[in-house]
Ligand binder design. Structure first.
Ligand SMILES: [Zn+2]
Length: 463
């Protein structure tokens, strides 16, 4: 009954929203929403009372009830959290598995700041509200429900399909690193926590879809100047804070050489259509010539674009001195870098040291929880499968690659040389993306097309 009501509700939503073709799989659609609501009600936040292990139990139970062999579904506790790996064995054990990657934890949410309780899921006005509605409990349950539906329909994969969920993606990524190590023989990874579609702000119709094939490498470098100090009534020319300040200004003025890769070139060419005229012209010019000075100037001045044209480094913290009336003995700064794929952190550190141009300034890599990762190749079989799957539900909607500036679980797979692609089928307005923020919500009209998308995509990748 629930399934029938649900299907009618989403079909009505689709009729209103338009844009997507409904191909209803009522059981899977109802299961995805039901599981997402149950998962949102579990407070899977790092710290005391972390309910990530209960989310793992919820997902595992759904997979086993849906036909996965109990011994193929494992939950492994790590500290206060846990990770889940479930395997659907393929007919040909020689083939490498396709891995679906997600996470179960969510970012902290303070109920007092929200309009509703973040851990009480609510469906209202066509949206699912709650912490994790966007990042990424609904995404996770859509994939689970699609796998269960594939089994229900009798699909027999040729290669193993593995679905895994990390338990600390939003914080330490300890389980993310363990999972990627265990599954480093994967053929490719479908990261369902990345990529996605954009809805037009005015009409709500799907504008375009991007799949994520690269992300920048996160790094922190500490600058330190030490000094003998002394009495502040007897200033000397050599002052630790002054030296650090001068260094910081040289780093502020430094520009890493702008660059392009296959992914970002395709992104600039296609995404230009959705930008104001001046930005669009600069994107096209930069794609044609990454040394174009005018294009670089325009894109560098745009905070949403500057990270896409090269490595960026910026000071984020400073400390120094030990008394109001003493010459400083020590001054420190943290330089946070987002490194363009293809560069080693050590090379960026060397460039920073050269820019500092002061032997008294020590430079040290203090990065925690991040590893360098190159862009994944634009694999033709993946791009073809993805394009076909999207065209089936969103015909005519442009599809192109992108590079993310933040880190995701894909980083750990790319570190092992496994191609990883962010390919969430969820469409959302830019103005309504509240992941990590307040009043997080996702349109439930996404559910029917997302299920159909996964059925095609997983069939294509595992057949
Ligand atoms: Zn996420």
């Amino acid at each position: 009954m629930r399934a029938v009501v649900m299907a009618a509700a989403v079909a009505a939503m689709l009729a209103v929203g338009g844009g997507a073709l409904a191909s209803p799989h009522p059981q899977a659609e109802a299961q995805a929403l039901d599981l997402a609501e149950k998962a949102i009600a579990l407070r899977s936040v790092r710290g005391p009372g972390n309910q990530t292990p209960q989310v793992a139990a919820l997902y595992a139970a759904a997979l086993v009830a849906g036909g996965f062999a109990p011994q193929d579904v494992t939950i492994t506790p790590v500290d206060e959290t846990a990770y889940l790996i479930a395997r659907w064995p393929g007919a040909d054990p020689k083939l490498k598995p396709v891995v679906i990657s997600g996470h179960m934890d969510v970012v902290e949410a303070k109920p007092a700041d929200w309009r509703r309780d973040p851990f009480t899921p609510v469906v209202e006005n066509g949206y699912l509200f709650g912490r994790g509605a966007t990042d990424m409990k609904l995404d996770g349950t859509l994939a689970i429900a699609a796998l269960v539906e594939l089994r229900r329909e009798g699909f027999k994969p040729r290669r193993d399909i593995v679905i895994e969920f990390s338990g600390d993606e939003e914080t330490t990524m300890k389980t993310s690193a363990i999972i990627a190590e265990q599954l480093s023989n994967a053929d490719l990874v479908l990261n369902i926590d990345g990529g996605g579609g954009v809805l037009d702000e005015t009409t709500g119709a799907p504008s375009y879809f991007t799949w994520q094939g690269a992300e920048k490498t996160y790094a922190d470098f500490q600058l330190t100047v030490t000094n003998e100090g002394g009495h502040s009534s007897e200033p000397r020319r050599d002052n630790a804070i002054d030296r650090l300040a001068a260094t910081l200004l040289r780093i502020q003025a430094h520009r890493f050489t702008p660059e392009l890769n296959d992914l970002t070139r395709a992104y600039f060419v296609k995404a230009a259509a959705y930008q104001p005229a001046e930005t669009a012209a600069a994107m096209r010019a930069f794609a044609a010539d990454p040394a174009d000075k005018a294009a670089i100037a325009t894109l560098s001045a745009n905070p949403a674009m500057v990270g896409k044209i090269g490595t960026t480094c910026v000071v984020t913290m400073i400390s120094g001195g030990h008394a109001l009336n003493a010459l400083p003995q020590r001054a420190e700064a943290n330089i946070n870098c987002r490194i363009f794929p293809g560069h080693k952190p050590a090379d960026i550190m060397a460039e920073l040291a050269a820019t500092a141009d002061d032997p008294a300034v020590g430079v040290k890599d203090v990065t925690v929880g991040s590893v360098a990762n190159d862009a994944s190749p634009m694999r033709a079989d993946f791009v073809a499968a993805l394009t076909k799957s999207l065209a089936g539900v969103y015909p005519g909607v442009p599809v192109f690659p992108s590079m993310a500036s933040g880190a995701s679980d894909s980083m750990w797979f790319r570190y092992h040389g496994v191609p990883s692609y962010g390919a969430s089928p969820v469409f959302i307005k830019d103005s309504e993306d509240f992941s990590h923020g307040l009043n997080e919500r996702t349109p439930i009209a996404n559910i029917p097309p997302a299920i159909s998308y996964y059925l095609t995509l997983l069939t294509e990748l595992a057949k």
